[in-house]
Write a protein that binds this ligand. Sequence first.
Ligand SMILES: Nc1nc2c(ncn2[C@@H]2O[C@H](COP(=O)(O)OP(=O)(O)OP(=O)(O)O)[C@@H](O)[C@H]2O)c(=O)[nH]1
Ligand SMILES: [Mg+2]
Length: 340
Amino acid sequence: MTELTYPDLGWSSHFARQADAGEAHPLRLTEIHRTRVTALGPDGERNLETRQGTGTLAVGDWVGAEGDLITRVFDRQSLLKRRAAGEDSREQLIAANVTTLGIVSSCNADFNLRRIERYLVLAADAGCLPLVILTKADQTDDPDSFVHRAERLSPLLTAIAIDATDPLEIKRLHPWCREGDTLALVGSSGVGKTTIRNGLTGESAATQGIREDDARGRHTTTSRALVRTEAGGWLIDTPGMRALRLTDAAEGLETVFSDIEALAADCRFSDCGHETEPGCAVTAAIAAGTLDPDRLRRWRKLRAEDRRNSETIAEARARDKGFGKMVKGAMKRKGWDRGG
Ligand SMILES: Nc1nc2c(ncn2[C@@H]2O[C@H](COP(=O)(O)OP(=O)(O)OP(=O)(O)O)[C@@H](O)[C@H]2O)c(=O)[nH]1
Ligand SMILES: [Mg+2]
């Protein structure tokens, strides 16, 4: 790889302000493994270790290190996180210091407005711009209809339909991955994230054919990685997500559903449930036809989910603490805490 400068790596005044005089050269994390991470600096790639465990680090993070040991993580410009899948209630970091979240879906059965909207909340909450990338435009007669339906979700949203296997069409994504930019790709398995990655970087990372029956792919990419694009910026490819579970996303919800939140502020009662209360501005807007009842339903659902997931984490922590206290108490009663 040719020599990289700090601006090449995405370093900006946001991070420079946090650096101490005489601090060792900061590095950017490109891959995270169970016990070690890979980092990139102007001098090239290095393996680093951490005392805290790698769970609190994200691909795209800027870190300071002494020798091979990470000593600090710079405050992030943006952070994408979700609640882990399955019974696990932990928060999982997806990527850090991302400028644009590329929400990848295809012009086929994968296209789902509710899922895209969920990713919009993720982007707004993380503090990055959303870009909807609709692949497999070559497999439909009317890619524009997919673009229009996606863009109707938010006035600030850009959607692009491309054939990701066509190098010329891939170039339309260059404005989002120029020098200093970091574009992270998320979406279901098989939608073409790695195909876009290969088109933008000139690499040939593994992609896989999808099953014909349900338009869903097998998981081909198994870990996240920060890679340089030919346009000069960075790209983070991620493994396909079966379900995105939001966590602590109240701010993102407020941004994506700002119209409903603004209406709710005009309700007569501050704790209005927008059901049958008198003086409800939300139900009035639905009656007047200015608010889509489906949008209200989606907002309710996401908000309920976010509250449930965010609470679960707090509760899990409280439970852990409670359990710790109980164990300590029992040990004290048995005299085990005095080394007996
Ligand atoms: N015709 C066509 N095929 C595409 C397009 N984008 C991706 N594909 C194909 O779809 C399949 C899956 O693409 P991948 O890039 O592996 O999908 P992915 O999103 O990285 O999947 P995971 O790594 O499992 O999350 C491959 O066979 C690609 O060649 C497109 O725009 N048009
Ligand atoms: Mg992939």
